[in-house]
Design a protein around this ligand. Structure first.
Ligand SMILES: Cc1cc2nc3c(=O)[nH]c(=O)nc-3n(C[C@H](O)[C@H](O)[C@H](O)COP(=O)(O)OP(=O)(O)OC[C@H]3O[C@@H](n4cnc5c(N)ncnc54)[C@H](O)[C@@H]3O)c2cc1C
Ligand code: FES
Length: 275
């Protein structure tokens, strides 16, 4: 997006226009913000909950009219505070930040997601459909109730979106992990790009598969974030800062940070911990 960076980094207070329960532990929050409406899929905002924290969240909906959304999984203090908010309450946003997914020249693409990682991929899939790409989307979850956005994407009125679900408990679709389905697809067909967002161990397995089948990739990473503008270093991975150089990285970039990708990340005190 081509807006002046200072405007992007300025905190705006937005009203919550609606709250949607996606699963027992995930809720979508709809709000209006002109700058977020100009974001590309994969970009994120910093969400400020006064007196609690400010945390990064991908945009799960991007309307050109400024109606946007975030999809929040309940994991700790800040996400618990967001989950308690209702329609008419407000929170602060800065952003959108970072490099999103490129939609440009891709024709036949594989989109693989798990958990709340499916949030930015749902917006990406809408853009890919608009760009007439031939999309196969693989949804991974532990169980049927956690297959986020599956029902919505399954209903996309396009012959070009194939949707496949995998659940680890076998309650729906393929019985197993989504990377097993991805390997079958990559073995059978040639794809121009694999996009992914979700648990890092899942993306690391996909990264190795993409190397094996020589397919270009764009994967979105998560790290602890504070400033979101490349200053504080809390999101560092190898030579990159995830907030500024990512969160979406190419296969070449991930190869350069192989020592950390899928292995370690920084904790709140800067020490390295297992991903
Ligand atoms: C670019 C980006 C986009 C994201 N998009 C989404 C999204 O769309 N939906 C969503 O639910 N979550 C998303 N996250 C993760 C989200 O920011 C964290 O879950 C949240 O900050 C946790 O805050 P908390 O206070 O509730 O939990 P905490 O109590 O702070 O932490 C709970 C657990 O989550 C880990 N954690 C905390 N923050 C992060 C982080 N930034 N990255 C990885 N692990 C973390 C902690 O180490 C701890 O194990 C995104 C993260 C990034 C970096
Ligand atoms: S969050 Fe501060 S450098 Fe990335």
């Amino acid at each position: 997006m081509s807006v002046y960076p200072i405007a992007v980094n300025r905190l705006r207070i937005v009203d919550i226009l609606g709250v949607i329960r996606e699963s027992p532990s995930v809720k979508t929050f709809v709000f209006h913000d002109r700058l977020c409406g100009r974001a590309v899929p994969g970009q994120f905002v910093m969400v400020w909950i006064p007196g609690v924290d400010e945390v990064p969240m991908s945009l799960s909906g991007i309307g050109s009219d400024g109606v946007c959304s975030i999809c929040v999984g309940l994991v700790g203090e800040a996400t618990d505070a967001i989950h308690k908010l209702r329609e008419g309450d407000c929170f602060g946003v800065r952003g959108p930040f970072g490099k999103g997914f490129s939609v440009g020249r891709t024709r036949k693409v594989l989109v693989v997601g798990g958990g709340t990682g499916l949030a930015p991929l749902a917006v990406l899939t809408d853009k890919l459909v608009e760009a007439n790409a031939d999309v196969t989307m693989l949804f991974g979850a532990k169980t049927r109730g956690e297959l986020l956005f599956y029902d919505r994407i399954s209903k996309v009125p396009s012959k070009d979106v194939k949707v496949i679900a995998a659940t680890e408990d076998g309650s729906y679709g393929f019985d197993g992990v989504v990377t097993e389905v991805a390997e079958e697809m990559l073995e059978r067909s040639r794809f121009d790009m694999v996009y992914s967002c979700g648990p890092e161990q899942m993306m690391y397995k996909l990264f190795l598969l993409a190397e094996k089948y020589q397919v270009p990739i764009e994967f979105s990473l998560e790290r602890l974030m504070r400033c979101a503008i490349g200053l504080c270093g809390s999101c560092v991975i190898g030579k990159y800062r995830v907030c500024k150089d990512g969160p979406v990285f190419s296969g070449e970039q991930l190869s350069e940070v192989k020592a950390e990708f899928g292995r370690v990340r920084r904790d709140f005190d800067g020490s390295k911990i297992d991903v």
